[in-house]
Ligand binder design. Structure first.
Ligand code: NAP
Length: 277
């Protein structure tokens, strides 16, 4: 393989046309003056392994993986990082020089770095966290918060059994709260996170009562379309510090870009603007 081969990366999903990752990575390639390309690839589950084994032969150094392949990819990868194993899904793939496919999950670090950047006074150890939802994104948020030292996590999900399963897996710092009582979590929470898809464009609104929220509570939403969800607007009105979900998307992209293209990219206002274009 020639040394001056142009490095390629991309995002694999189905559908994938809505993904903002191409704008983000292409922006970073440009501002860092790097050679390389990043493209969206719509791939079916049955073709996933063939595609992954073929891409390195074409000059690909890695890919992001999105819905619906984030779990299946763990069966295909030759190496899986501890955090991807813990979360049970991967979003960042590295095609190593020795031919092995390595799967990692950067959603958890993306979640934490977004809060650190946009709410610098936020301390995960300040008190319990309240999490709405128990899907794939919740797993990444829970593992990141536990690692960051949160004393307790209250979790509420429409389908209670999924929240119970997370408690069984992640341990005794988790407390399951019934979905109809989710509003009761607010008064004890130092951090509130919506990991459901409620509030997203085209989805039903989030109807959890927020009147118990304290002014010193940090409220964040993983939904980033719209940027200011009703949850964030209401929390802001109540005097809480709020952080939108776009920053998580930007920060989760950093480790992959750095690994593939050799430069650690900045997450700044220009990156946000590129993602929103
Ligand atoms: P998922 O695994 O499909 O989980 C969806 C969650 O939403 C589940 O907890 C589900 O509850 C809940 N939900 C869906 N419809 C509901 C309804 N009508 N009423 C009550 N609860 C409902 O999805 P995911 O991968 O975790 O993603 C969740 C959201 O996070 C999506 O909007 C995604 O775009 C966003 N996200 C953002 C980032 C970022 O970087 N900002 C990263 C990852 C994900 P049930 O268990 O009861 O179905």
């Amino acid at each position: 393989m020639s040394e001056d081969r142009i490095p390629l990366a991309g995002v694999i999903g189905s559908p994938v046309a809505h993904s903002k990752s191409p704008q983000i990575h292409t922006h970073w390639l440009k501002v860092n003056g790097l050679r390389g390309h990043y493209i969206p690839m719509d791939v079916s589950a049955e073709d996933l392994e063939t595609v992954l084994r073929t891409l390195p032969k074409m000059g690909f150094v890695g890919v992001n993986v999105t819905i619906p392949h984030k779990e299946k990819i763990l069966e295909i990868a030759d190496l899986v990082t501890d955090r991807a194993t813990l979360i049970g899904a991967a979003n960042t793939i590295i095609f190593r020089k020795d031919g092995k496919i390595q799967a990692d999950n950067t959603d958890g670090v993306g979640f934490i770095r977004n809060l650190q950047q946009n709410a610098p006074g936020w301390d995960p150890k300040a008190g319990p966290a309240a999490i709405l939802g128990a899907g794939g994104a919740a797993r990444a948020v829970i593992s990141a918060l536990l690692e960051a030292g949160v004393p307790e996590i209250m979790i509420s999900n429409r389908t209670r059994i999924r929240a119970e399963a997370l408690k069984t897996e992640f341990g005794k710092r988790l407390i399951v709260v019934d979905w109809v009582q989710a509003g009761n979590m607010m008064e004890d929470a130092a951090t509130v996170v919506n990991t459901t898809s409620l509030g997203m464009l085209g989805k039903p609104p989030l109807r959890v009562p927020l009147d118990g929220l304290r002014r010193d509570t940090l409220v964040t939403d993983l939904v980033y379309a719209p940027l200011k969800t009703n949850l964030l607007a209401e929390a802001e009105e109540m005097g809480c510090v709020t952080v939108d979900g776009l920053g998580m998307l930007l920060h989760q992209a950093v480790p992959g870009f750095e690994r593939w293209f050799g430069v650690r990219p900045e997450v700044d206002s220009a990156t946000r603007a590129a993602a929103l274009r």
